[in-house]
Unconditional design. Structure first.
Length: 146
């Protein structure tokens, strides 16, 4: 069960690395043709994040329920649930921002797309997502209060 929990977390982390590369690359784009490549690669990460975070939660709950050492109401486990929700919330905002940008690209609004990719809004939401995910990983590794 622990292996599945870790593999799920690794899938989510891999997708976040992919999205980080795309966010950084997107800030350097200057034409609509270049951005279309980004929007073709981005859908790979969505299922990885969704499946990774969802399965990590499910396997994590199973691990906590079956463990003789931990209880589901331990502080670090509750903190993990809160951080998991924060990752999902910030990731959802990031996804909405870039989905709207992709729709503008499909409509041919080059200036708006380039401006949105260079604006700090999407990058800041992504940074928040990554920061919450790193805090979640640290919580899982060090188990404060356990």
């Amino acid at each position: 069960m622990l292996s599945f929990h870790l593999l799920s977390a690794f899938a989510a982390a891999s997708a976040l690395v992919l999205y980080t590369v795309l966010v950084v690359a997107g800030r350097r784009m200057s034409t609509l043709d270049e951005t279309s490549r980004l929007f073709r690669i981005a859908p790979i990460g969505g299922p990885l994040v969704g499946a990774g975070m969802g399965l990590a939660l499910v396997f994590g709950i199973i691990l906590a329920l079956k463990s003789a050492d931990f209880e589901i109401w331990n502080g670090w486990i509750i903190a993990a649930f809160i951080l998991w929700a924060l990752v999902g919330g910030a990731g959802g905002r990031t996804g909405a921002y870039y989905t709207e940008t992709q729709k503008l690209a499909e409509q041919g609004h080059e200036a708006e797309v380039i401006a949105r990719l260079r604006a700090p809004t999407g990058a800041l939401w992504h940074l928040a997502t990554v920061a919450f995910f790193v805090l979640l990983l640290l919580d899982m590794i060090f188990k404060p209060g356990a």
